[in-house]
Ligand binder design. Sequence first.
Ligand SMILES: *Cc1c(COP(=O)(O)O)cnc(C)c1O
Length: 461
Amino acid sequence: MKTTLNLLMNEIDDFYRNIEESSFIPKVSPTEIRDHLHSHYDFTEPVDFKKLFKDVAGMMRKWNIHVTHPRYFGLFNPAVKVASVVADALVALYNPQLATWSHAPAANEIEQFTLKFLLSHFGFNPDTSVAHFTTGGAEANLSAVIVALTEKFPDFETKGLRGVPSQPVFYISEEAHHSFHKIAHITGLGRDSLRTVAVDSSLKMDSNDLIKKIKYDISLGHTPFMVVGTAGATSSGIIDELPLLADICSEYDLWFHVDAAWGGAAVLSPRLKPFLEGIERADSITCDAHKWLSVPMGAGMFFCRHQQALARAFRSTAIYMPQAVQETSDFYLTSIQWSRRFIGLKLFMTLAELGRDGIIQLINHQTAMGEELRDLLRKNGWAIINDTPLPLVCFTHERIDKGEISTRFIIDRLYEEQKVWISETCLMDKMTVLRACITNYRTQQRDIAILVDELNKLVCR
Ligand SMILES: *Cc1c(COP(=O)(O)O)cnc(C)c1O
């Protein structure tokens, strides 16, 4: 067994040490991988474990984009702290069952302890609010819609949408995450029940358009029930005017959900927290530890002010399940999942190992690297399109605007060169721009300089 475990230890050590040397943007066809699998495995004869390990680790290295590389400026996929990797291995080893408190008291309490810390940072009362871990932001957003429907429409719980006298409708901005379209479908609300509110010139939800759409829906006899504000939009990193949205929600008696899947981590930094003002007035919040807090997927979190509504939304009775223990809650009764992995340990161990200053440094360093990138791009003639304090930069160049060179061409060349990974996105449905996000606590000035160098080479005449 020791030999087997050493394989893992060496792999972890070697990958952390040598990630910068590895090529990290693979060019591989599905056929190449399928042929490899078919020629090596058929699950008939047992495979020697050492050989198996080497082969699998090799495939992981060779045929995945390494999102933990310091020059992956990508899609909210962080570099992971080694504490969180070890935590996930411990979870696999003990395999605690978090469905009920009584099956995993230690694990349940560690999670609640961690979530209460975040609840207070969000400005919620940790004693009266509730929170749980989810697979990710999409599940947390789904939870929000289900709990909001349960709270706002008393018959929804038993009769479903057929028991709701008029069509419930809810609102996101053009910059919001697209999981809400699927959620509208999954919940039976229907995709047409989701209203997309325009954004203003700074890409924030346009509150005038929101009010206009709410009034129009009411005039048609529909029932608005929820507004989703975004704190750190996926394309642009924009934070909506949360206090304004909170006001509108109180005026029209709507559930106020803040999707802070990536940006929520900013509340841990005293410097950034003011930018999320208004989040403390939300009815519920989505935040992913696997976006900015340097832990592996999936570690979503759902925070909610309404304990009763949550308990109603996910209630159940199952004779085979262990009895509840006083003053604790069982996650199979307060969340979508049933059997549940100990998701929270990797976050607990990461935060505990870092300590307050380390946590602030983790957030602030990445933010500073974002500023560094903005400055360097501007100095080199690039134009920054988005205005956010968070480390996500959308940018373009006059040669792109003039149609002399396309963002696609730039992206493809960058991937070929294997030195940096960035993406492109479309803002306001019309403007294609380049997008680079700092997601790695190990990204340094040097990496930013390489990125801008590579970009400059491609646009120079
Ligand atoms: C990533 C993201 C989501 C979806 O979260 P997953 O963890 O990928 O399920 C939702 N909202 C926003 C704003 C996001 O950035």
